[in-house]
Ligand binder design. Sequence first.
Ligand code: AMP
Ligand code: MG
Length: 411
Amino acid sequence: MTMISVAEAQQRILSSFSPTDSISIPLDWSTGHVLAQDIHAPVDLPLFDNSAMDGFAVLAQDTCLASPEHPVILSVVADIPAGDGARVNITHGTAARIMTGALIPGGADSVVMIEETDYGSSQPGDPIPGRVAIHKPVEPGTNIRKKGDDIHSGQIAIKKGSQLRPQDLGLLAMFGMATIPIHRSPRLAIFSSGDELISLETPLSLGSIRDANTYTLSSLAELAGAEVIRLGIAKDDRVAIIRLLDQAVDKNVDMIVSSAGISVGAFDFIRDVVNQHGNLDFWRVNVRPGKPFAFGNYRNIPFFGLPGNPVSAFVTFELFIRPVLKKMGGSDDILRPRIRVRLLEDIVSDGRESYLRANVEERDGVLFARLTGHQGSGNILSLVQANALLILPSGVKSLPAGTNLEAMLLQ
Ligand code: AMP
Ligand code: MG
């Protein structure tokens, strides 16, 4: 099999996935999910004309001569707390005490804030005064939040494809929407492979290492909106690998992701097994780190074989799986945004399209980048210290300090 480019691999992978079905979930659970339909306002917001201040609802005309020296005296004919739905009317010469958010009484066209009356130092619980002295004129409309000012019924409020944020939940609650149409989370089964791998519960023995990839990859998948089924660790033998792959099939997942055992080692059986019970669309991508990446299907379930080295597994997940999860989840922005950064040091690679661990920092409006250290594909510390991956196009083996290039920001 020939080695393909990152762009071709991405394109071939993405074209074989579509967005998942729409389902309804409680508003409470919807943070981070992606809307499956446009949301049109079902009501006007505000729902009714209401007061923006604690004060007195008046007819603006009555206040036009008011000043602190010559206040206008109005008789207070009603008290309107927030939530009171009783219809009240005021006429010339009268006012109603009103609280923020309360329904504007009929006849009133403005609200004088309490601080501009002789009632300014009132305390919670004070009874309504018989009369109020107004110290300042108000224009019609002052301190009134008009019905529909924010949004009119029927107007589009949040677009399909938006990932729901806390403020979106607030608006949906104002609309009275208890359930929200979102895309079902893609289901991803994951396992690690290798005779050397042990779980966190098992005591270390010489030659063995902890299974790190299950944690990194599951976490990446969950942040990209997937529901993850962790299958554990397969030994380097065909039967053990098939057993976990079949478990994934039984669980009816949307995709299977494995790490390690996909290269050219004497114990790398995964490609063999997948070819036997499915097929490999491609194996090997012109990328550093992450060359021995495979994509295909196992018993008709899409299969991703990631390299075992922790940084290779991370980078290939970012490049080839995260965009799929975003697409399946119905998201509008599938690829991570890229930024332009300026190198603070010379960098080298081997001519493959390279993703180098770096730290990007803004100084005087320019984003500067410096490598975080050792770029070996097993060196997870330099990935932990990085906030970006610098992208060297294929064919480029070195770049001098001062060069501008593209980078991908990590979370
Ligand atoms: P392989 O592709 O199986 O040759 O693995 C490449 C390297 O990645 C080896 O050094 C493995 O020990 C290491 N490796 C494989 N799987 C994991 C894992 N789940 N966590 C940490 N390191 C791993
Ligand atoms: Mg191995």
